[in-house]
Design a binder for this molecule. Structure first.
Ligand SMILES: [Zn+2]
Length: 415
């Protein structure tokens, strides 16, 4: 083999030319260091919350020993529950499925805790959270649900981003707080209550701007957040939103009119896909945001007009008990209609708050949303993570509280 036939050497000699030997070595060391730095940056960039940068390697080596860690966790949980004064019959454990990753294999389990009225749900949750601080598990997702007077909190815990246990705390409550009262109202109760206008505000396109997410979360109102799957700050945004206990929606990219000139982003649902392709894309997106309580469309002016495609989407949501919020990017959208037909909980956006970024326009739109809510008892608005929108909301929220209009999570306004 001739010298020039070795591609690496040819390349190096071409690069270094007639440089002295020491320089060549220097250059080589520099190149290797550069590659190392790039690899490091790449690892950090893909680092997800609750997941180690070398997660895959750790699983491949079976470093976590999840099954053993689970036993340790259960012992600690049993002790904590006994201390909380809970009877053992309040605690049920069931195996859900076997998970395998690398050399790790473990059983995902659900733990049901039915709390008597006299025990504070919050204190039990705090005890559980404290237990998790002592073992290598962490909370990956937290979900709350209220149906009539039954309140439940589900904590998904795991190691290194892999779910292992789901603790579901359930309690039947006497109607006490005004918020519980509103959520527990049945339609027949509503006539007995003074009309209380309720407004939900969903902020779309989340996941690209973390400081903005934090500023919106700091507002004194339960806004809802629609997060784009695979956005750069997806995991950090999810974590922040969960800490505030706000609703998370999957903001699902769908084909708009004018596609591909108008780009809905990666992994969008497109009209030329087969049913199984559409389902797979939706499932992958839902896997990215397992804590989402519902889905709304990002763009999608073309796709939502196709009732056949919407049926495929709604079928999957129906299986998972998720709701659909039609962003209404097209006035011919079939999404809401199809969802209703298929028994999927659904809602529609009534007002876009900030299509026009002018502060006075946003404020005008917000007032439009309020008067609609006063008229109909409820209204849903969609805004975007913009400075102008943030400022308008900062001004409006105290006004709302004063006027007796309640901002509620969007999950309260879909049915
Ligand atoms: Zn969007």
């Amino acid at each position: 083999m001739t010298r020039s036939a070795v591609p690496g050497r040819a390349w190096l000699s071409m690069l270094s030319g007639k440089l002295p030997r020491a320089w060549r070595w220097g250059l080589l060391v520099l190149l290797i260091t550069g590659c190392g730095v790039l690899l490091g940056i790449r690892l950090l960039a893909t680092h997800q919350v609750g997941r180690h940068p070398l997660s895959a390697l750790r699983f491949a080596l079976g470093q976590h020993d999840i099954a053993r860690q689970q036993q340790q966790l259960y012992q600690a949980v049993t002790v904590a529950l006994r201390e909380a004064g809970l009877e053992t019959n309040a605690y049920m454990r069931e195996d859900l499925q076997v998970q395998r990753r690398g050399r790790e294999s473990w059983v995902v389990r659900r733990h049901r805790l039915v709390l008597p009225v006299e025990v504070s749900l919050q204190s039990v949750e705090t005890r559980l959270t404290n237990v998790l601080r002592q073992v290598p598990h962490s909370i990956l997702a937290r979900r709350t649900r209220q149906q009539k007077t039954v309140v439940s909190v589900a904590l998904t815990t795991g190691i290194d981003g892999a779910a292992a246990d789901i603790f579901v705390l359930t309690q039947t409550r006497a109607i006490a707080s005004p918020m519980a009262r509103t959520a527990a109202l049945s339609p027949s109760d509503a006539v007995l209550q003074p009309p209380l206008a309720r407004v939900a505000i969903v902020i779309d396109d989340m996941g690209w701007d973390l400081p903005m997410a934090q500023a919106l979360l700091a507002l004194n109102a339960p806004l809802s957040f629609a997060i784009i799957p695979r956005s750069p700050y997806q995991y950090e945004t999810v974590e922040a939103v969960q800490q505030h206990g706000r609703d998370i929606l999957l903001h699902l990219p769908m084909e708009p009119h004018g596609y591909p000139r108008v780009n809905p982003g990666e992994q969008a649902l497109l009209s030329d896909m087969t049913s199984s392709e559409l389902t797979t894309r939706l499932q992958v997106a839902l896997q990215e945001l397992p804590m989402a309580v519902g889905v709304n469309n990002h763009m999608g002016s073309r796709l939502t007009e196709d009732s056949q495609v919407m049926r495929v989407v709604m079928h999957e949501l129906q299986q998972r008990g998720l709701f659909f919020l039609d962003s209404r990017t097209s006035s011919h959208s079939q999404a809401f209609q199809v969802a209703r037909e298929m028994g999927v909980r659904a809602g529609q956006r009534q007002v876009f708050l900030d299509h026009d970024g002018q502060p006075e326009q946003i404020s005008h739109r917000l007032h439009q949303l309020l008067s609609l809510a006063r008229k109909r008892g409820r209204a849903i608005g969609i805004g975007h993570p913009r400075m102008e929108t943030l400022h308008a909301l900062q001004q409006l929220i105290p006004e709302l509280h004063a006027a007796g209009i309640e901002i509620v999570p969007v999950s309260h306004l879909v049915d």
